[in-house]
Design a protein around this ligand. Sequence first.
Ligand code: G
Ligand code: G
Ligand code: MN
Length: 534
Amino acid sequence: MFVDLIEVRRALESEEIVPCFQPLVELRTGRLAGFEVLARWQHPELGLILPENFISLAEQNGLIGSLAHQIVRNAFMSAKMLPEPLVLAVNFSPVQLHHLSLPSQIRREADETGFPLERLIVEITESALVNNLERAQKIAAELKTMGCRLALDDFGTGYSSLRHLQALPFDELKIDRNFVQSMTNKRESRKIAAAMVGLGHSLGMITLAEGVETEEQADILLWLGCEFGQGWLYGYPLPADRIPDMVAAAPRALSTRFSAPGGGVAFSSLEALPAQHLAQLQAIYDGTPVGLCFLDKNLRHVSLNQRLADLNGFPVAAHIRRTVHEMIPELFPQIQPFLLRALQGEAIEGVEVSKPPRTPGKPDLTLLLSYQPAFDEVQEVIGVSIAILDITKRKQAEEALRESEENHRYLVELSPQILWIADANGNLTEISSRWVQLTGMSKLQTLNLGWLEALHPEDAPHTLKALREASHTGKPFHSEYRVKTADGKWTWMRSRGSPRYGPSGEIIRWYGDTEDIEERKELEEALRKSRQGK
Ligand code: G
Ligand code: G
Ligand code: MN
């Protein structure tokens, strides 16, 4: 499209060049943070003309000052209806950054229209800084004193130089839409976008991504830690009369970082500056009773906490850059297969490993390990984090318990008495295997009231009666009866049992023993006979 200088002059006189407003949105919440002001020329015959067709013409012919004056005044007037704390971001031409009068012009327009400068973001492209950095610095300093915030526009294109990032007190970094748009199919772009966000953050700036058109792009940006977005996904640049619609359509930003009082980067109370954030994480890292470390793809220690250093018996610093194999050669063969799986992207939990003690003579340590792969922004594994829990004590307790259980079992099995357990109603639930050997009945046949089958028909009724009575009254059970042994003989036995009570005084179980009293019976018989014989 061709327009000439005369046309541009005429457009300025008849105020055909007007500001449009494009939403700036907080990525995490979708809340509206403000608008970027973009110049649009409503040509009576040619229709809408974009800035690329008239900005440079205006710049080259000394008209950019009056164009900016029109756009800014117009935008400030329209922004009166903008609810707090929404901001306005306005583009200024590199040419204007050469005029020391820029700040006072902006102040005058703000005063005349009543727009607060704390809610103005001045967007500057890098090309503005190339020729006259010193002057740009003066202007920037004054703008900051006035309460404005500064954004570095189109970062990553054109004159990109890291020198500019530190030359001016920027509050915000705008990532150029070229990186955003190639991010979804070019891993390099994604890496670059990630690095830009990181760079912005490490310099204490907030980051905004331009040209966000899809949800996928927004998701990636959010994942990369980018705070704000702008693009067709959230809204087109629209004329001032559409501002109320756009404000109503988006959830309101009540407290975004854009709206921080006094300008600059203010983080909400729950968040912190990157360095503080790191310190918080380090405190958690070191305070946990779990050994933690992060290994790179070559299984070298990138970081670890004090707890793990203690477990391994070397200072934290001695681990850094050294491989697992170098640090714990005795354990490496056990954990290598899991490390390799984790490097393939698999998360593995609860692997038990035993580690020889550091001081000889002490028992082995038992460790419970979890492996978690870490992925970068292109979903490639960059390393593995390991969590290590020392479960030696728990293991020892389990061992001791098992041992004491075993001892009890031997005690029971070796005892000449047959020990038994019955439920509250006197139904047998457990009996030592000596009964099985004695009677030839199986355990299953014996349980409940099955054992009565082995009793002499004359003895079974009174025994069952005693049992019922005991379970009814809770008085100790006692009975003597003949039992048919495996080889078909009868032998006298005596059974006794006592109840065990539950918390509310009810019987919950009976414990008892049965013993062979044949010899005693024979003795008694012999005694009786000898008495009779006398
Ligand atoms: O959306 P659009 O095509 O309008 O933006 C194209 C470029 O024009 C942007 O990079 C922006 O920096 C620039 N631009 C838009 N509006 C203005 C303005 O009011 N003043 C100046 N100097 N540049 C503008
Ligand atoms: O000042 P700056 O160069 O950032 O201007 C932003 C430019 O990007 C304007 O020309 C604007 O119209 C354009 N733009 C805004 N959102 C989108 C988008 O989602 N996709 C594309 N392709 N361009 C956009
Ligand atoms: Mn811009």
